[in-house]
Design a protein around this ligand. Structure first.
Ligand code: FPP
Length: 253
């Protein structure tokens, strides 16, 4: 695919769906909420909500590429989610493993690079191996980064960064006075990622839930009503249109 094709297609697509292609967010982060409620309303097991949720991950990822978004971070499993019943955790881990294996051709076709952030060492070995394989296989892809927040907690991320910086101070490589916001940024799980422009949370919830506290400091927060398994392309476009209506001042006037 040549450069012109890659750039021209997203602009046309964004315009066609009512978005200003020159003001699209570079980094979209999504808190995928409501899988359990979606299943419960149908008297189904919660796991069916997660299963349907994985389908939505596929469609929103593909749509993000079509729009020309550079980075999509999805909150797939939080550090707090480890307190869920073991059977639900096992199901989510198996679902993730299967999803990653099945998605590889789609990631390659769409030129998407996979990344993961979080306390990944806590994940089961099979999931870690699959993640490593897909991350390595997609490492050269350029159109978009799909970043999965797995076993992720924002406070854990900042604590890990503090520990790493403290070790550097202890070793005499850096003086405490030399620590700047850039020092902290460079010790995050994804140090080179652009700041989050917009956080979208489904199921009408309005909390950040320990998600990207450093990276989303200046993000617009958009809460949308649909439960994650019902979150379709049209609702995604509507959320991005809402983002484009916001005036971002970054503390200025
Ligand atoms: C929140 O819904 C969702 C999760 C904790 C897990 C998110 C997982 C998926 C969308 C599917 C798998 C992901 C990938 C990347 C394949 P909830 O269970 O908290 O819903 P509730 O608040 O209605 O109970």
């Amino acid at each position: 695919m040549d450069h012109v094709t890659k750039v021209a297609q997203p602009i046309a697509h964004a315009t066609a769906v009512g978005l200003d292609s020159s003001r699209l967010p570079r980094h979209v982060a999504i808190i995928m909420d409501g899988n359990g409620r979606w299943a419960k309303s149908r008297t189904w097991d919660r796991t069916r909500g997660h299963q349907q949720g994985a389908e939505v991950v596929r469609s929103i990822t593909t749509e993000s590429v079509k729009l020309g978004i550079a980075r999509l971070t999805l909150y797939a499993f939080s550090s707090e989610n480890w307190s869920r019943p073991p059977a639900e955790i096992d199901f989510l881990m198996e679902l993730l493993d299967r999803f990653l294996k099945n998605e590889l051709p789609t990631l390659q076709e769409n030129d998407v690079r996979l990344e993961a952030i979080g306390s990944l060492q806590r994940l089961p070995l099979n999931v870690r191996k699959t993640l490593d394989r897909i991350i390595n296989t997609t490492a050269q892809n350029k159109s978009m980064v799909l970043c999965l927040a797995l076993s992720y907690g924002g406070r854990d991320e900042l604590t890990d960064a503090c520990r790493a910086i403290a070790r550097e101070v202890q070793a005499g490589r850096i003086a405490p006075e030399e620590i700047t916001p850039q020092t902290i940024q460079s010790h995050l799980y994804a140090p080179h990622a652009h700041d989050v422009d917009v956080v979208i949370r489904t199921a009408g919830e309005q909390r950040m839930s320990n998600f990207l506290p450093w990276e989303a400091t200046y993000a617009e927060f958009i809460s949308v009503a649909p439960l994650w398994p019902d979150f379709g392309i049209a609702a995604y476009h509507a959320a991005l249109q809402e983002f484009q209506r916001r005036e971002r001042r970054f503390g200025g006037v």
